[in-house]
Design a protein around this ligand. Structure first.
Ligand SMILES: NC(=O)c1ccc[n+]([C@@H]2O[C@H](COP(=O)([O-])OP(=O)(O)OC[C@H]3O[C@@H](n4cnc5c(N)ncnc54)[C@H](OP(=O)(O)O)[C@@H]3O)[C@@H](O)[C@H]2O)c1
Length: 273
């Protein structure tokens, strides 16, 4: 079997958990290959990517700050990445780049595997935040059949921009009314960076949220955010953020290494330690 090279490009990149995840799977499935973290500064993106092509890379993940700029270097970008407005996975074929985005897959897989009977099809899904991750999550929810999505964000214009994806399904409300709109929700997702270690707290009282609603937080440091603690203590099912990170890596790994890997508790423990 030939040796397969893959990696993640970004700047900075030393913090990335992706090498740990992909190299774990390479070992688990007895494959021949390696996955590296590759620091490429913004002004060196084109030359840096060309070097990877010349070195025979099968592909790479793309993270901040290259997720938009990489579009220009791709021969083709699929519909998912276009809708989300970001490429996080590239396959190299015949010296050309083909871009996609696996964040939406990662989010929805994690919700379905972690929560039983989650209903965002008949009941509204409330999304806190309107950054890059929110766009992928709103797209994922629509693809999975959501009929009503309410986005609330500190900067309303960013939420309105995401709502343009489908104004029949997506509604924007003010950040200040985030507690009132929980009344009929089937799913609440925090996609802001609030609640993350070193960031401000997410201030929200879940009193109006139905007890059968599922609460998901994509922040995974800490794993049990204050939002998830509050949800759990009142009996709501919760979905932690680490699963999204692990599941989004699966289709990328499959594209390069030909195996769709599993997310195991062992891998989760390794990434969190
Ligand atoms: N689990 C995973 O796999 C995964 C994947 C992607 C991201 N994440 C995590 O998700 C979070 C967001 O990532 P992102 O890429 O979407 O970031 P981003 O594009 O920078 O968006 C940040 C979001 O947080 C909001 N926000 C930040 N500070 C705020 C404050 N003080 N008050 C109210 N809102 C505030 C922003 O609101 P404004 O628009 O008003 O600035 C925006 O909606 C990060 O913590 C990231 O680590 C996790």
């Amino acid at each position: 079997m030939s040796f397969i090279k893959a990696g993640v490009i970004g700047h900075p990149i030393h913090h990335s958990k992706s090498p740990l995840i992909h190299n774990h799977w390479i070992a688990q499935y007895g494959l021949s290959g390696e996955y590296k973290a590759i620091d490429i500064a913004p002004e060196e993106l084109k030359a840096g990517v060309q070097k990877l092509i010349e070195e025979g890379y099968a592909g790479f993940n793309v993270t901040i700050p290259h997720k938009q700029e990489i579009f220009k270097l791709c021969e083709q970008v699929d519909d998912v990445a276009k809708a989300i407005g970001a490429v996080n996975t590239v396959v190299v074929k015949g010296g050309k780049l083909y871009g996609t985005n696996t964040d939406a897959f990662g989010f929805i897989e994690n919700v379905h595997q972690s929560a039983f009977g989650v209903d965002f099809v008949h009941k509204p899904a409330v999304v806190l935040g309107a950054g890059g991750a929110a766009r992928a999550i709103v797209y994922a929810l629509m693809e999975a059949g959501a009929q009503q999505i309410i986005i609330v964000n500190r900067t309303a214009d960013k939420a309105k921009d995401i709502a343009e994806m489908n104004t029949d399904i997506i509604r924007v409300d003010a950040w200040e009314v985030r507690e009132k709109i929980l009344r009929d929700a089937g799913l609440l997702v925090n996609t802001t960076s609030l609640g993350m270690t070193g960031k401000d707290a997410l201030e929200i009282d879940l009193a109006l949220l139905p007890k059968d609603a599922v609460v998901s937080d994509i922040v995974y440091a800490p794993l049990m955010t204050d939002l998830l603690k509050q949800a759990k203590s009142r009996g709501n099912q919760i979905v932690t953020g680490i699963g999204m990170l692990l599941h989004q890596a699966r289709p990328a790994f499959e594209k390069w290494f030909g195996v769709l890997p599993d997310v195991t508790e062992g891998l989760e423990r390794k990434v969190l330690s």
